[in-house]
Design a protein. Structure first.
Length: 167
């Protein structure tokens, strides 16, 4: 079957088998390996991407179901060399250890902040409750998302510029 979708702002068209999962389509057909495939049961959430701005577990979605929709992966968070505040927050607050769950956490966090720019700690924890992190204990992930909420316009480039001014 033929599918057309927008992935990270670019239109892509491919002929695929109807049974191909979105996670495999992204990784194997498009080479977007930032989307991780973890548990094979849809429990872990490492495969979260956004479809039309909503976080979804891409291991539960057929690529054919994304036909005509906009898909965003972790690679799509950075725009024109500028990292998303979520990415910066994970760097600032050490929101990752092994990094396996991080792409899915970041996309869930971005969707949360797009809907609610100033979530409470409880709202953050609820938003990421469908994802498993075996390393961090979630405290640094929550702080990373709070950092991004407090610095919506912050970028790595502006942080570097600020450091240059201080030097």
């Amino acid at each position: 079957m033929h599918v057309t979708m927008t992935v990270n702002g670019d239109e892509v068209e491919r002929d695929i088998e109807p049974r191909v999962l979105l996670v495999h389509f992204l990784r194997e057909n498009l080479g977007l390996t930032g989307t991780h495939w973890g548990c094979d049961t849809s429990n872990c959430g490492t495969c979260v991407v956004q479809i039309d701005g909503e976080p979804v577990k891409s291991c539960t979605v057929l690529a054919a179901m994304a036909d005509g929709h906009a898909v965003r992966t972790v690679e799509g968070l950075e725009v024109a060399g500028t990292v998303d505040p979520i990415q910066q927050g994970f760097m600032e607050e050490h929101g990752l250890q092994c990094g396996f769950c991080t792409p899915g956490m970041m996309l869930t966090a971005r969707a949360l902040l797009d809907e609610n720019p100033h979530p409470s700690e409880g709202e953050i924890r609820e938003a990421i409750s469908g994802q498993i992190c075996r390393c961090t204990g979630y405290a640094t992930i929550v702080r990373s998302i709070q950092w991004a909420a407090d610095h919506p316009a912050e970028t790595a480039d502006s942080t570097l510029e600020d450091e240059d001014v201080k030097a």
